[in-house]
Design a protein around this ligand. Structure first.
Ligand code: ATP
Ligand code: MG
Length: 441
C-alpha cells in the first residue's frame, strides 16, 4: 500500500463532507505527526456532521463498536479512516469512560475533551491551516506533553492518560510539562484500576516504539512503576559484582539495554526488561556477589507477570524461555555437541542471541560466546542441527517392545548419540535403544 493512500482517503472524506455543507478536519495524532514531519499511523477526521449524516455520505461505512457514534470509512481493508462527530463528554465515574457524550457543532468543544494539547489540533488537509484551541502548536515547538485543562481532573477522569503521557514523551523525546507531571505523580496509584489489557498495550508500545529507556525512567520518576511492575522497580540499588558488571546496579544494566533497542519484537523487549528480574530475590554475598538460580527464578516471575498482563500464550512462553536460558551462553563453548545443538535449536534462537548480545554490550562487553554461537549456527547448518529422527516410539513398538516410561529415555539417548555424530543409521539407533531398554528392564 502506498502511504499516501490513507491521507488521500482522509482528504476525500473531508472534501465530501464539506461539499454537503459540514465542517470537517483532520484531528489528533495525525495532525501532530504531520506537523512533526512524521508519517502518521492512522488518520482521524472530526466533523459537525451527525453519525447518520456521515453514514448517508458514506453508505458503505460502518459504526465502530467501541466508541460511541464513530464511523469507520474503509473502502479497502488496509485503508480505513475513523470519522467522528464533534463531541463533549460528561462526567467520568469508572476511571476510563465518560458516562455520556454530547454531540457538538463547535470544533473547540471537541478539542477540549482530548488528552494532550499536541493531540488536540485540527487541520485542513488542503490548505494546511491549523485550528488550535488548546495551544498545541506552541507545545509542539516547546516539545511538551501538557494535559488539556486541569491535569488533575483529566487523569482522574481517565487514568490510562497517565501512561499515554509517558508513551508520547518517550516516543517523541518530549518533556512532560511540570504541572501535568505532578498530577501524574499524585494520581499514579489509580493506574491499578485500569484493566490488564490496556496497561499491557501501553507498556508494549513504550517498550517497542522507541525511547524505551526514557519511558521507563519516566514510569519510575512518576511513581507509576511501583504500581505496574514493582519487581522492576526492585532492580534499583541491587549491586552486582563489578568484575562482570562495571556499569553499576541491575537497574543501570537494564536501562542501558533498553537504550539499545530499536523497534524490537514484543518478546525481545519483554525479555530485555525482565531477563534479570530474578536477581533481586536471589542476591547474596558469598566470596563475591552471587545470584544463584536467578535465570530460573526470573523465568517464573516473568511468567506470572506476563500472564497477569494477559500477553498471548506463545509470547509468554517465548519470553520465559529467553529468560530461563539467558545464562547458558556462558557455557556455550564447553557444551557437549548434542547440548550445543539443542541449545541452538531453541525456537526463535535469533532472539536468544540478540538478548545475549545486548546483555554483554551493557556489561562486560565480551563477545566471545556470541561470536562462537553465531559461527556454530552457520557452520552446522539446519540439517546437522536438527537431523531427521532415526527412530520413533512407533518403531520401538513395531520392533516388539512394549511401551513404557523407558521409551522416552531410549529415544533421547538415540537422539543424543545422533547429535554427537556417534550413530547415523536406523540399525545403529535400534541397537542403542535395545541396550537402553534392556538395562532398564
Ligand atoms: P498514535 O500515534 O499512538 O496512534 P494518537 O494521538 O493518534 O497516537 P490514538 O489513540 O490513535 O492516539 O487517538 C487519537 C486521538 O484521540 C488522540 O490524538 C487524542 O486526541 C484522542 N484520544 C485518544 N485517547 C484519548 C484519551 N484516553 N483521552 C482523551 N483523548 C484521547
Ligand atoms: Mg492514532
Amino acid at each position: 500500500m502506498f502511504e499516501g493512500d490513507r491521507e488521500q482517503l482522509a482528504t476525500d472524506i473531508i472534501r465530501k463532507l464539506r461539499a454537503r455543507g459540514h465542517k470537517a478536519y483532520l484531528v489528533g495524532g495525525c495532525v501532530r505527526d504531520r506537523l512533526l514531519g512524521i508519517v502518521p499511523k492512522d488518520y482521524d477526521v472530526s466533523t459537525d456532521a451527525r453519525p447518520e449524516q456521515i453514514l448517508s455520505a458514506f453508505p458503505n461505512a460502518q459504526l465502530v463498536g467501541a466508541h460511541f457514534g464513530v464511523i469507520l470509512v474503509a473502502p479497502r481493508k488496509e485503508i480505513a479512516v475513523e470519522v467522528a462527530t464533534f463531541r463533549s463528554e460528561g462526567a467520568y465515574h469508572d476511571g476510563r469512560r465518560p458516562d455520556h457524550v454530547q454531540f457538538e457543532t463547535d470544533p473547540a468543544r471537541d478539542a477540549q475533551r482530548r488528552d494532550f494539547t499536541i493531540n488536540g489540533l485540527m487541520q485542513d488537509p488542503e490548505t494546511g491551516a491549523v485550528l488550535d484551541f488548546v495551544g498545541g502548536q506552541q507545545d509542539l515547538s516547546a516539545k511538551l506533553i501538557r494535559a488539556i485543562g486541569d491535569p488533575e481532573l483529566r487523569f482522574t477522569e481517565d487514568h490510562l492518560r497517565m501512561l499515554r503521557a509517558v508513551r508520547f514523551a518517550a516516543r517523541l523525546k518530549f518533556d512532560i510539562e511540570a504541572e501535568t507531571f505532578r498530577a501524574i505523580r499524585r494520581n499514579a496509584g489509580l493506574i491499578c484500576r485500569i484493566s490488564a489489557e490496556r496497561v499491557r498495550d501501553e507498556l508494549v508500545r513504550i517498550l517497542t516504539e522507541g525511547g524505551a529507556r526514557r519511558g521507563f525512567e519516566l514510569l519510575d520518576n512518576s511513581g507509576l512503576l511501583d504500581y505496574l511492575l514493582p519487581e522492576v522497580k526492585a532492580f534499583q540499588g541491587v549491586e552486582q559484582p563489578p568484575e562482570y558488571h562495571p556499569e553499576g546496579d541491575v537497574w543501570q544494566h537494564v536501562m542501558m539495554m533498553l537504550d539499545e533497542l530499536s523497534h524490537p519484537s514484543n518478546t525481545l523487549a519483554w525479555g530485555v526488561l525482565l531477563h534479570d528480574v530474578g536477581k533481586p530475590p536471589t542476591f547474596r554475598v558469598a566470596e563475591r556477589i552471587r545470584f544463584d538460580g536467578h535465570a530460573e527464578v526470573g523465568a517464573e516471575m516473568a511468567y506470572k507477570r506476563l500472564r497477569q498482563l494477559k500477553l498471548p500464550n506463545d509470547e509468554v512462553e517465548h519470553v520465559t524461555s529467553l529468560i530461563a536460558n539467558h545464562m547458558k551462553f556462558k557455557d556455550v563453548m564447553n557444551m557437549r555437541l548434542s547440548t550445543l545443538k539443542r541449545f541452538l535449536c531453541l525456537p526463535r534462537f535469533e532472539e536468544h542471541l540478540e538478548l545475549h548480545r545486548l546483555d554483554c554490550r551493557a556489561s562486560n562487553g565480551r563477545t566471545d560466546a556470541y561470536d562462537f554461537a553465531k559461527r556454530k549456527l552457520n557452520e552446522l547448518g539446519k540439517e546437522e542441527l536438527k537431523p531427521p529422527r532415526l527412530l520413533t516410539g512407533r518403531d520401538l513398538i513395531d520392533a516388539g517392545y512394549s511401551p513404557g516410561p523407558s521409551f522416552g529415555r531410549a529415544l533421547e539417548a538415540v537422539e543424543t548419540a545422533q547429535l554427537e555424530g556417534e550413530i547415523s543409521t536406523r540399525e545403529e539407533a535400534l541397537a542403542l535403544a535395545d541396550s537402553v531398554l534392556r538395562s532398564a528392564a
